[in-house]
Design a protein around this ligand. Structure first.
Ligand code: MN
Length: 258
């Protein structure tokens, strides 16, 4: 059977399941909030053009208001100053958007400590059990944070000292950028860096290292719990915004069920 015909047959029979990793977009979708004096993004919203009324009797449509980094979204290399000469989101080759993915589950650790940081040793230990990270694929970092995504407050988890959400250490960020074979790093939190990474030295090491190395970020993922540790294929579809630093993104995983 031709491969694509076999794929469709497997999707229809349930032998391959599609898991939607995407956060629904609405005015209540959590967005990152930076302190003064930094600029901030708008929340997602709809602006109605017409709805079967005088403005358009037979049709309903909206303009959308969104940031590039709103909801489940894709970070392009040019998002960070270290990647300023790298690809914008429209320049990312289409064949980078379908890739193998592994899921590393640190939800227990993140539940016990919201400031939990992924270290290289954690990944090495995982590799000893599951094999190497996938070449040109995604490392998806499960922290259980998607369970908080109905509430901006719980999702950002900020107090007077700033946000507290799990991330990666400085050393691990450098390793992911320069040593690991993956092309991208995906998270359930509002950004790929830890909530307190603003105070790291250098600040926001995951953004700085990965995007500086021409790699990608994928954020605000949901339903990683439904994926196996290895073997999933992720389809991540940012909009080809010319010059864009990122884009809201539909992220789907294909998972083989036996
Ligand atoms: Mn982003």
């Amino acid at each position: 059977m031709p491969v694509l015909e076999a794929l469709i047959a497997a999707l229809r029979s349930g032998a391959i399941e599609i898991v939607d990793l995407t956060a629904p977009l609405s005015e209540t979708t959590p967005v990152i909030r930076l302190p003064e004096p930094f600029g901030n993004t708008l929340s997602f919203s709809l602006r109605e053009i017409s709805r079967y009324d005088d403005r358009g009797p037979g049709w309903y449509w909206n303009d959308i208001v969104t940031g590039e980094h709103t909801g489940t979204h894709f970070d392009a290399p040019v998002h960070w100053i270290t990647g300023r000469d790298g690809a914008d989101v429209a320049q990312i080759p289409a064949d980078h958007l379908i890739a193998p993915a592994v899921v590393l589950d640190f939800s227990a650790q993140a539940s016990a400590d919201p400031d939990f940081l992924l270290e290289v040793d954690h990944i090495r230990t995982w590799e000893a059990e599951h094999g190497p990270l996938p070449a040109d694929g995604w490392l998806l970092y499960r922290t259980g944070w998607d369970a908080r995504s109905a509430s901006q407050q719980e999702f950002l988890n900020a107090d007077e000292t700033g946000p507290h959400t799990p991330g990666v250490s400085i050393e691990c960020a450098r390793w992911l950028a320069n040593e690991a074979p993956v092309r991208g790093f995906g998270v359930e939190t509002v950004g790929t860096d830890a909530g307190r990474a603003h105070s790291f030295d250098p600040p926001f090491p995951c953004h700085a290292s990965l995007l500086g190395a021409g790699k990608y970020g994928l954020t605000q993922l949901q339903n990683l719990a439904a994926l196996p540790p290895t073997g999933a294929v992720v389809i991540a579809g940012p909009l080809p915004i010319i010059g864009g630093s990122g884009s809201p993104c539909r992220a789907l995983a294909l998972v083989e069920r036996s």
